[in-house]
Design a protein around this ligand. Structure first.
Ligand code: HEC
Ligand code: HEC
Length: 232
């Protein structure tokens, strides 16, 4: 009897702490993050809203990110968009043409390990309906050089995205750690129809065939930061 009671109490505290931790994360999101990030779907769909937003939207974070990546990144943020949000606000004329005005970029706020864990839990709970179809990404193996050729030459993605540190376009987020950072179904759905996520985003909708969507998504999911360090 006594053991049963003790068991019940422990379970109660366990659940209560879990709930508090996620709740804590939501509170941090609201007080420390929502001035720069939309954590609920914006009602304003205008170009003006996109142009003036201070950080990427996070209201569908649970469909987009891998939790382990979030926990690490929130403690040690690294640059994802080489020229910040948005690139045209951080470009200046240099002797060799346009260059990034690094002095206009500020470092991202950092969280403690505990805060990062609870904020990551809160972010992973943000999963609005209708943006992605789970299971679309088939994770079929793709030959790395064919994937890179599709990304670079055939589909022109590298004009805006880097798949190697220091290489590729600057106006979109880097994708060289896409396999650590993003979910396969998100990548598939974003490439299929970027404007479904943000009606005014300038990434073109390319009307790609199913096989191309799978190939590009598999290629991006095969990219990891560890490969960068090995210099591959
Ligand atoms: C002063 C504005 C500002 C505040 C405050 C801020 N962020 Fe950010 N955040 C940014 C910008 C700008 C980026 C884009 C950085 C990049 O691409 O290199 C970003 C990127 C991110 C990303 C990656 C998003 C993506 O789509 O790549 C996450 C996750 C994130 N922030 C979470 C948070 C959390 C959690 C908080 C609150 C603790 C927070 N941010 C507070 C401006 C802000
Ligand atoms: C004209 C520039 C441009 C081209 C070309 C382009 N993109 Fe993008 N891409 C963007 C922008 C801008 C975003 C969203 C930026 C943001 O989140 O603030 C984006 C976002 C993405 C994302 C989501 C990444 C993230 O961290 O949010 C993926 C995946 C992606 N693009 C893949 C591709 C692929 C594959 C191609 C080629 C078929 C491509 N892009 C071509 C500009 C471009």
């Amino acid at each position: 009897m006594k053991i049963g009671y003790f068991y019940f109490l422990s379970l109660f505290f366990y659940l209560a702490i879990n709930w508090l931790v996620a709740d804590d994360g939501m509170q941090i999101l609201q007080t420390q993050c929502s001035s720069c990030h939309a954590i609920t779907k914006p009602t304003d769909n205008s170009l003006e809203r996109l142009w003036t937003r201070k950080g990427p939207d996070l209201y569908y974070a649970g469909l987009k990110f891998q939790k382990e990546w979030l926990v690490k990144w929130l403690q040690q943020p690294t640059v994802i968009r080489p020229a910040g949000e948005f690139y045209f606000k951080h470009i200046k004329k240099g002797p060799n043409g346009d260059e990034i005005d690094v002095s206009s970029l500020s470092p991202h706020p950092k969280l403690s390990p505990n805060e990062a864990e609870s904020v990551a839990n809160a972010l992973m709970s943000l999963k609005p309906e209708g943006l992605i179809i789970p299971g679309k990404f088939k994770n079929e193996p793709v030959n790395p050089s064919i994937g890179a050729m599709f990304f670079g030459k055939l589909r022109g993605c590298s004009a805006c995205h880097a798949t190697k540190e220091g290489g590729g376009g600057l106006s979109g987020p880097e994708l060289y750690d896409a396999g650590d950072r993003l979910q396969g179904d998100f990548i598939y759905s974003f490439i299929e129809d970027p404007q479904k996520f943000e009606p005014h985003i300038w990434m073109p909708k390319l009307e790609l065939a199913e096989a191309d969507l799978q190939r590009l998504s598999s290629y991006l999911m095969s990219l990891h930061r560890s490969q960068q360090k090995e210099g591959k």
